[in-house]
Design a protein around this ligand. Structure first.
Ligand code: FAD
Length: 397
């Protein structure tokens, strides 16, 4: 893409590149590059390095530790972040809960929780979905009954990503059964060490432990942990989802993965010629590249318009396009590996063996990566549901 970079943007890019060169531990970027599973301590270690530099929460207001970067600087940051193969940050606290706290929490709650998110004192997870409440989130049943200065919480959450590491969970709970379903929901912060909480792993196809079920049995939660007003949690929940959907677009990652794809396809041979020159394959690569450029322009346009501070249904558009592009690139990468891409090698992914069983370390994680990425059109609100949001809120159908 032909972006107009000013001299100060180029200086900023050089500063960011130097930071990654000097501060990103090689063993961490190697793990990300090889698509191996990261451990809790890997994520926390990198988070603390960024926090020390003051670059962990670019989107926050300056008074709470934000960087004050322009939209262009944030764009450059995201791109260099992906290109450096840096591990993901602890997104549930930084990018999902923090905006809700900034928008709706009391000053006391902000002063308590925001610095702890900033310094990785608390690992947060998200307690929205339930077995009968995914797309139809408003049908959630986990109950919080007020008793004096506490709520008593009972129920079950599911698909709780990395909940096994979490110190805290932000939960949607039912505080009233009266009136429309959306009006009886509250937004509650719960300490995962509270008696009565059980976390049970859900092991995925790639033998990874990424998601969990969380059970609440008579769990006592201080009323002081309620965010905003009782029964108004639906408003805060939707605000948070807007931030989640924008993040899932992962444009920087897709740009990096497109480069990886082209490198792979230039090396792979079909009838003695590079796969990248095979007309049908080349056309598919070109298609996805064009889609990605269009998505980037759209995202930049939205950010430049200041839409970021009041994210609306545009987030659904970014989510749909971004996730489809990520999936298509992963599919092309897998195809470019031919039969070597079929390997399923959990020991290599977990770092228990140094090399892949099939001898091709680059190709070995591609199948697991491909399958893992199937989730992105589902979580954060499935793409089908996002299309409904667009048809209603943007097209007015
Ligand atoms: C890997 C992974 C991690 C997740 N992490 C978390 C987490 O950390 N915290 C959390 O709270 N949740 C998490 N989720 C849950 C996620 O948000 C839900 O899976 C998602 O909202 C879809 O809900 P569901 O799975 O119940 O599917 P359902 O809602 O049952 O949908 C099933 C199918 O029907 C379609 N459908 C449903 N309603 C409509 C409609 N009105 N119009 C058209 N099509 C429709 C859907 O698109 C989907 O294809 C995670 C999910 C996954 C897969």
């Amino acid at each position: 893409m032909d972006l107009e970079y000013k001299e100060e943007d180029l200086r900023f890019r050089a500063e960011v590149q130097a930071f990654f060169r000097e501060n990103l531990p090689k063993e961490l970027s190697d793990k990300v590059r090889a698509r191996r599973h990261l451990k809790r301590e890997d994520a926390v270690r990198w988070h603390k390095i960024l926090a020390k530099k003051g670059w962990i929460a670019p989107g926050w207001p300056r008074q709470y530790g934000g960087t004050g970067w322009s939209a262009m600087q944030r764009h450059i940051w995201a791109e260099e972040y992906a290109l450096a193969y840096a591990p993901p940050t602890l997104s549930f606290g930084l990018n999902l809960l923090a905006p809700v706290l900034l928008g709706f929490a009391s000053e006391e709650q902000k002063q308590h929780y925001l610095p702890r998110i900033y310094d990785a004192e608390d690992w947060w997870c998200q307690g929205y979905s339930e077995p009968g409440a995914g797309s139809d989130l408003a049908s959630l049943k986990t109950r919080a009954v007020r008793q004096g200065d506490h709520y008593i919480v009972d129920g079950q959450k599911t698909w709780t990503t990395l909940g096994q590491h979490a110190d805290m969970i932000f939960c949607l709970v039912r505080t009233s059964a009266q009136g429309p379903r959306q009006q009886g929901i509250s937004f509650l912060l719960i300490d995962m060490k509270t008696p009565g909480i059980t976390v049970r792993p859900i092991i995925t196809l790639d033998e990874a432990h990424e998601v969990n079920e969380v059970f609440f049995d008579n769990v006592k939660v201080p009323v002081a942990n309620l965010i905003g007003e009782e029964n108004k949690g639906w408003t805060y929940a939707k605000y948070l989802l807007g931030h989640e959907r924008t993040g899932i677009a992962a444009i920087g990652n897709s740009k990096r993965e497109l480069k990886v794809l082209k490198r792979r396809a230039a090396k792979a041979r079909v009838d003695g010629k590079p796969l990248l020159q095979e007309p049908q394959f080349a056309a598919r690569v070109a298609d996805v590249e064009i889609e990605l450029m269009a998505l980037e322009m759209t995202a930049l346009g939205l950010v430049a318009d200041g839409a970021r501070s009041k994210i609306g249904p545009e987030a659904s558009l970014l989510k749909i396009e971004g996730t489809q592009i990520s999936q298509e690139i992963s599919q092309l990468q897998l195809e470019s590996a031919g039969p070597t891409g079929l390997a399923f090698d959990p020991a290599y992914l977990d770092g228990r063996t140094e090399h892949a069983v099939n001898g091709d370390d680059d190709a070995a994680p591609l199948a697991a990566h491909y399958f893992n990425l199937r989730k992105i059109t589902i979580f954060g609100g499935s793409n089908e549901v996002q299309r409904n949001v667009i048809s209603k809120m943007i097209l007015g159908l």
